[in-house]
Design a protein around this ligand. Sequence first.
Ligand code: PRX
Length: 658
Amino acid sequence: MSSAKSHETIQSVLSENRVFDPTADFVARARLDAAKLDALHAAAAKDPVGFWADLAKKELAWQTPFTEALDESNAPNYRWFADGKTNVSVNCLDRHLATRGDKIAIRFEGEKGDTRHYTYKQLYAEVCKLANGLKSLGIRAGDRVVIYMPMVPEAVIAMQACARIGAVHSVVFGGFSATSLKDRIEDAGARLVITADGGHRGGNIVELKKAVDDALAAGAKTIEKVVMLKRTGHEVPFIEGRDLWWHELMAQQADRCDPAWVEAEHPLFLLYTSGSTGKPKGIQHSSAGYLLGATLTCQWVFDLRDDDVFWCTADVGWITGHSYVAYGPLSNGATILMYEGAPTVPDAGRFWKLCQDHGVTIFYTAPTAIRALMKLGDSFPAQYDLSKLRLLGSVGEPINPEAWMWYHRVIGKEKLPIVDTWWQTETGSIMIAPVPGAVPTKPGSCTKPLPGIFADVVDESGEPVKEANAGGYLVIRKPWPSMLRTIWGDNERYIKTYWAQFGNKYYVAGDSAHRDADGYFWIMGRVDDVLNVSGHRLGTMEVESALVAHPRVAEAAVVGRPHEVKGEAVFAFVICKGARPTGAEAEQLAKELRDHVAKQIGAIAKPDDIRFADNLPKTRSGKIMRRLLRSIARGEAITQDTSTLENPAIVDQLAGKA
Ligand code: PRX
């Protein structure tokens, strides 16, 4: 089983045997205790489809109730609640107005310390105004709208406004380049972009509008209009006839907008993510099934209640920001915090200061952030009052036990449950995670599948791996409501990527995992050519394509190597056209290539290491020996048989020895 994790990490995970029970206080107030959780599991085991149908009736507001819960006639293109009609924004806003209209929905703080908030009534009015604004621009149900914004409340308003009129949003993370933006707009066939003049991050301005202009100059011809929020106020080009200011569009609109009642399966959004080929795929999510997953997991995993302040630090450009910023908490009528900037501005205490100042009770972040803040020391969290916190969460990559223990000790004061949540862009909502009042935790394990989620670990032939601690493929045996519906414009790729490996019987996650003797799941990493850099998915082929697009590069191979903070770092082996650069020329070209990759994809894809060689290690049939490159990148001893290589002498040069 190939795995992205280093041998040492696997060893430290395998020898991990500490168990932490939730405190009696937590259990006493928890929404779900062990008995209630057992009852949910039993109900799901007895009648998996009926289980979801009952919850969909109870948790969501329907305009037309559904009569059939699951349509399997076209499996693995499953359809849930298909003849029902609903609207996601009604579920997130309208249904709270009577009981929670004056409750704060969004608390916001910018990097410079500016704050504002929106009550449910105010958020509803803003969403309605923008929805009317979008309609006035001719946007209709089913049209695609690309959102390319900083982490400000208007990003959520834009998503909710699309949902209100049935437009399909595709949020592109503001750290992606103009080229990535253009590719996504073109693949989605979007008619409109919603952006901002810029955003604040790390003391700098993120030039969002410039990237939009560059993307539209290079292609993306389907775009008719660009709506631009004034956020930074710095001078940006304004193209008459195409560009509109957000505030001018909003000023003319009524603050009531009848929702579009859409079918349950109506696409709510596309979100692009990396796979093992060069082209990112547009993961298509439904309306009702998706929202059901996001809503329930907030209750089950985050124990979300009316008096909580929930802070998920993820950007809305990622699935975590969709499900646990924009949709799940609002569907539950909760208060969320949004923060625009970097975690270390002005210093490494910023996250903890935000928790203190906003009274955050539930804090959900990524291991990479935990590791980065852990490195900067215990003195920062010690300066702030974190006593309101009652639950901590982690997502995006395996959390190493050391980081888990620091989180537990320094932030959780050895009392707070930590929910390590395994899921993916494709799964829509959390799949494997502890229910905090019911399931004891182990550092580094995401524990057990949630009710209704039939996760398993299988071998090459699809048989369950029974032996404890033996690795295999992580699969989900039955469909679940928040699953992806297809890959936008490429259903064949959907079937091939997620289902074909085991005859369309199970959803194949692309991760390797094992279970311990208690049935706890331990995720070991990706089995495909996908890296996880700071919790962000990155296809090695995407980076390779970006590199070979540079005029000096003839060939490139990209692998991951372990990185203390990022989890994995990008390591690129590059073959140049002409002579192999050395010395100062090599340094200069490496810098140029890093910037080139940032321009092609985004800063997250910049290789940490670039090594120039005369050739790649290829077998006689021309296949690149990636395992060998991975060993070299990790500085491991070469144990692979290199005698099958066309050019065995190249190994020393690749290893930097010649
Ligand atoms: O490899 C797994 C890892 O992140 C991948 C999904 O990435 P993405 O679609 O970007 O979604 C990230 C946020 C949900 C998975 O295939 N991953 C995510 N969460 C965990 C994880 N690996 C281990 N433990 C986790 N808790």
